[in-house]
Design a protein around this ligand. Structure first.
Ligand SMILES: [Zn+2]
Length: 376
């Protein structure tokens, strides 16, 4: 546990979102409902904790607005023992009504027992709904009234990848704050400065994280991530070079490499006051899907590198700098037009992962399709 809670000052790469929030708080807008939208791993959850700290802090800094880090509310938040700040994560694939309100057999609704009471530790009660896009219709409808007119001591912070995935009735009741990916060069520089990552590796990590600062940070701070990514990238190169009977063997190797992406395998830890833990099977299944999705993202990176090399030549700028000569050999196997087809085929498979397709069938099918498109 960090000694101090997260503050706005610590948020990297989200200057405009943080500026909007600080301005809102300085203007007295420290209650009501917020909706943060932006890609996964770009800093929404981190910023939600910083906002929670700032609004519950007993002696906030004013210019610029931020948590003091030293009052009782701040200290309890940093130790994970401030019951007035709650994180609600999906139970399985959905965020359900019984997570908010008591239902028969599930008397643990988080709002039921907290909403009527003004806070006694900090200035606010804060409820962070980490995946507002997974609210069931029932759960969403049950929140409408409190989102529209919450008690003055309550702040809701809803997070979602896109506004389009949130019910319009919820959307209209929240102040929306947009989060975006960082420019790759800026993110690489930040990784090199803050995480002491060598410059060429920082550029690779920034590109692999697609500009998402949270993802880049977890890549940089994991001792094993870079090696695991390397195994997956090699499996991707083999898959893109495979032909004949080797194709299915390469698909199997990619599945194994995906399972080896251990740094993606665990759910983020939930603070003490969070919703009941989702059941183990679901968690494992979601972790598997996240790993398969990331493995296909890595294959796509190899294919885009190969396209760049086949279009521009051996000096082209690529992500996998350390594998330049090997990818150059892979690049020779297709014409640029065929690489574009291959990238499309990988993107189709990637979407199917999110749609719960069977990973074995999906990767076998991708391998066969890729081999066929290379022989045209
Ligand atoms: Zn404080």
């Amino acid at each position: 546990m960090p000694e101090a809670p997260l503050t706005f000052a610590q948020i990297a790469g989200q200057e405009s979102a943080v500026a909007v929030l600080r301005r809102t708080l300085a203007d007295g807008g420290d209650s009501g409902s917020f909706l943060f939208t932006g890609p996964q791993g770009c800093g929404k959850t981190t910023t939600a904790w910083a906002l929670a700290a700032a609004v519950s802090c007993l002696a906030p800094r004013i210019d610029p607005y931020d948590a003091c880090t030293e009052c009782d509310a701040c200290k309890r938040l940093s130790r994970g023992v401030n019951p007035e700040v709650s994180l609600v994560q999906p139970a399985g694939d959905q965020t359900q009504i019984w997570q908010f309100w008591d239902r028969e057999g599930k008397p643990r609704g988080i709002l039921q027992h907290a909403l009527p009471y003004s806070p006694s530790i900090g200035r606010k009660r804060v409820f962070i709904v980490e995946r507002a896009d997974t609210l069931t219709e029932g759960a969403a409808n049950s929140l409408l009234k409190v989102l529209e007119e919450p008690p003055h001591y309550v702040v809701f912070i809803l997070l979602a990848p896109h506004a389009g995935r949130v019910l319009p009735t919820i959307l209209s009741r929240c102040r929306m704050v947009r989060f975006g990916a960082m420019p790759l060069a800026g993110l690489a520089e930040w990784l090199a400065d803050r995480h002491a990552v060598a410059a060429d590796r920082a550029a690779t990590l920034a590109a692999l994280a697609q500009g998402c600062v949270g993802t880049a940070q977890s890549l940089a701070s994991s001792k094993t991530a870079y090696g695991e990514i390397g195994v997956c990238t090699d499996a991707g190169m083999a898959l893109l070079s495979a032909s004949g009977l080797g194709v299915l063997r390469c698909a199997e190797a990619l599945r194994q490499a995906a399972k080896g992406l251990k740094f993606l395998g665990d759910e983020p830890p939930a603070p003490a006051a969070a919703a009941p833990a989702p059941d183990a099977d679901n968690t494992k299944e979601r972790a598997g899907r996240r790993q398969m999705g990331a493995a296909l993202d890595l294959v796509a990176v190899v294919a885009r590198d190969a396209l760049a090399l086949s279009l521009v030549g051996p000096g082209a700028s690529i992500v996998n700098e350390e594998r330049r000569s090997a990818i150059l050999a892979v690049a020779d196997r297709r014409q640029p037009r065929e690489w574009i087809t291959a990238i499309d085929q990988i993107a189709v498979a990637r979407r199917r992962v999110d749609m719960n397709a069977n990973p074995a069938i999906l990767t076998d099918a991708l391998a066969v399709t890729l081999a066929a498109s290379a022989q045209r």
